[in-house]
Write a protein that binds this ligand. Structure first.
Ligand SMILES: [Zn+2]
Ligand SMILES: [Zn+2]
Length: 357
């Protein structure tokens, strides 16, 4: 079968390779790929900044945002049938830390976990992939066309779940949220928070009038372009934010947004930044504001299976409430052969997918 593979650590090594069809054991399934989503993690892997090949391989099959259809079942597989749509969860247990042993692989402490298409496990940017049922989430047929968004949605679900957990320290009634970045993570988080009746502001660089601003408005949130308004101006107009999410991919924005977190508020960091950017902050001021305001700042990555399951439910609600928004997020589609174009960034892109049909 054909797969897009990289030699981890080697710059721009992505290429199509003929690789063996996965052989499935009695408790495994063979899954035919339908879509594979691409995000900046894939781009950083192709830039050699990230990624590790499986122990017995000198290459890594890319792709962690999957959607496939069950093609073949091992004889011991139950509870899932041929023709069902599935998404594969990304991270697998390290087998030894207390969190992985409690099935919270996303909170692994040893770093010995493996991740589909990222770290020591072949991914889904291939015509087929295999897995065991415990790592697969079934997607109802009516959500199959948007199901590949489940992986980014699971990250958003985890972020909000963690924020709620952390905020059990107080009586938390968040009213205002600021989301930095209008990519898939930013938009999906905006949808989840709008549903909670929060007043949501999505901040991005581009001037409004583009697809991102249109989708933000469609869900009832406000789009703020930093080309037209500074964060200072925004806050003097609407006040500080109980919930801030940084999802722009620019690490300096984490520190830029610190002054705008309300007392008792929470700042969530989700950008994976593989570079070496340095940034100077007024550390006394920022520290004092966080101390005196009982503010929290936390990082979050990946997701628990619970977040994938919650994501499927959210997806169904989103489709009902805003039928056009999720489908409109697919801005670029390429065949497997178009992987080179798919791995290039484009400023108004929201979600690029490899379409296997
Ligand atoms: Zn991703
Ligand atoms: Zn672990």
């Amino acid at each position: 079968m054909k797969a897009v593979t990289v030699i981890p650590g080697q710059k721009y090594s992505a290429h199509i390779k003929e690789v063996p069809l996965p052989e499935i054991g009695d408790s495994e399934l063979l899954i035919k790929s339908v879509y594979c989503g691409i995000c900046n993690t894939d781009r950083e892997i192709n830039e050699g900044l990230y990624g590790t090949a499986p122990k017995d391989s000198d290459y890594l099959i890319m792709g962690h945002e999957s959607l496939g259809i069950v093609d073949k079942l091992g004889k011991d597989v139950t509870g899932i049938s041929k023709g069902q749509y599935v998404v594969r969860s990304v991270r697998r247990s390290c087998g030894s830390c207390p969190n992985c042993l409690a099935r919270a692989n996303d909170m692994c402490t040893t770093g010995g976990f493996i991740e589909s298409g990222i770290k020591e496990l072949h991914g889904c940017m291939a015509e087929y992939f295999s897995d065991t049922p415990e790592y697969l989430i079934t997607i109802p047929q009516e959500l199959a066309h948007v199901g590949v968004l489940l992986e980014p949605l699971s990250v958003v679900e985890k972020t909000y779940r963690q924020a709620k957990e952390i905020q059990k320290r107080i009586v938390w009634t968040p009213k205002k949220a600021m989301i930095i970045g209008a990519g898939p993570i930013g938009l999906l988080q905006a949808m989840l928070l709008t549903e909670q009746n929060m007043e949501v502001y999505v901040v991005a660089r581009s001037k409004s009038g583009n697809l991102k601003s249109k989708l933000v408005n469609e869900i009832g949130a406000q789009y703020v372009s930093t080309s037209c308004m500074t964060l200072d101006d925004l806050v003097s107009k609407v006040g500080k934010f109980d919930f801030v999410l940084e999802a722009s991919g620019d690490s300096s924005m984490v520190f830029e947004s610190m002054p705008y977190v309300a007392n008792n508020g929470i700042l969530c960091m989700t950008s994976i930044t593989g570079g070496n950017k340095q940034y100077t902050i007024q550390s006394d001021k920022r520290n004092l504001e966080f101390v005196l305001g009982n503010k929290i700042m936390f990082g979050t990555v990946n997701a628990n299976l619970l977040d994938y399951e919650n994501g499927v439910k959210s997806m169904a609600r989103f489709m009902k409430r805003w039928p056009d928004v999720l489908p409109s997020m697919f801005t670029r589609r390429y065949s497997l052969e178009g992987y080179e174009k798919a791995l290039k960034t484009s400023s108004d892109d929201i979600k690029t997918v490899i379409d296997f049909n």
